[in-house]
Design a protein around this ligand. Structure first.
Ligand code: FMN
Length: 288
């Protein structure tokens, strides 16, 4: 979730220590600052000290292509550095084009991103994630054909970066961007719908975007997701300290176990086959 500024080290340490103890995976935030500018590498590398069972390095899709002539891009050398910095198992490439459109200083070029993801996916184990707008079946199929090995849907229903950037744009007096943020506040595919669209592709799918409890994790698994993730759900506790972070992760795991008990699911595989009901707007989405 984070990295690249002084306070991020403490947040990542809290997350990594708790994740290692509880036995859950963890991803850091965009490592652009560290690999392109050498900024605050320790805010990421601290994660490598802990035995987190699965670690995700992170770079943004807009940074893998030149945004301006002679721009330094995140290529294979920088990706290797980003992965080594945290001893990562997987490279997460995040899609955040909505956010970039609301940032007055946003990186708005996208042409060539798909091809470059393919170049990186040929050399590294790549997961593609969104950042709040979800991933459609068509996009996922294209990425699968380019050898991307997993997805993290990050759909609507959780953190909205259009909203976050709207307030920043207002503060900066950037009228056009502030308006785009408001207009596209909840643009995207709801997280459960995106999970259901991607599961039939047969690759691991992480459910995220609005996951706030162990029951949400159970819901995601019952839709066929391989795992679930949360950012805003641990941000406050991770900023507070290790104990709070550990407590929050323990709550999530306990709630997941309660849901498994109540549905008679002895294993995650059984929970993935548990019957589920899809109601309301999600149902309408799926009938298209
Ligand atoms: C404070 C914060 C920083 C984030 N930074 C990144 C980032 O650097 N890279 C990334 O892929 N996603 C980043 N995200 C997005 C999350 O990974 C996630 O996709 C999104 O917030 C939706 O999940 P949520 O509803 O649980 O917050 C960030 C989220 C938050 C809240």
């Amino acid at each position: 979730m984070t990295g690249g500024f002084p306070d991020a080290k403490k947040i990542n340490e809290n997350l990594a220590r708790a994740a290692a103890e509880v036995g859950v995976a963890m991803g850091v935030g965009s490592e652009r600052a560290a690999v392109l500018k050498g900024q605050y590498p320790e805010s990421y590398s601290c994660v490598a000290q802990y035995a987190v069972p699965l670690k995700f390095a992170n770079i943004g899709a807009p940074q893998i292509i030149p945004q301006k002539p002679h721009d330094q891009v995140v290529g294979p050398t920088e990706v290797r550095a980003a992965m080594e910095l945290i001893h990562a198992d997987v490279l997460a490439i995040h899609l955040n084009f909505l956010q970039e459109m609301v940032q007055p200083e946003g990186d708005r070029k996208a042409r060539g991103v798909l091809e470059q993801i393919g170049v990186l996916a040929a050399q590294f184990p790549v997961l593609v994630k969104e950042t709040g707008a979800g991933i459609s079946r068509a996009v996922a199929e294209d990425l699968r054909d380019r050898k991307v090995r997993a997805f993290d849907v990050s759909g609507t229903g959780g953190t909205s970066f259009a909203a976050v950037e709207h307030y920043r744009a207002v503060a900066q007096g950037a009228e056009r961007e502030a308006r785009v943020g408001k207009t596209f506040w909840d643009w995207g595919i709801p997280s459960p719908v995106s999970v259901l669209q991607l599961v039939p592709l047969g690759l691991p799918v992480v459910a995220s975007g609005g996951v706030r409890s162990g029951l949400d994790v159970a819901r995601a698994l019952s839709l066929g997701a391989s795992a679930a993730g949360t950012a805003a759900g641990v941000l406050r506790s991770a900023s507070e300290g290790y104990e709070a972070t550990r407590r929050e992760l323990d709550h999530l795991v306990h709630e997941l176990k309660v849901a498994m008990f109540l549905t008679g699911s002895r294993t995650v595989a059984e929970l993935q086959r548990a019957p589920h009901v899809i109601t309301g707007e999600s149902r309408q989405w799926l009938s298209h």
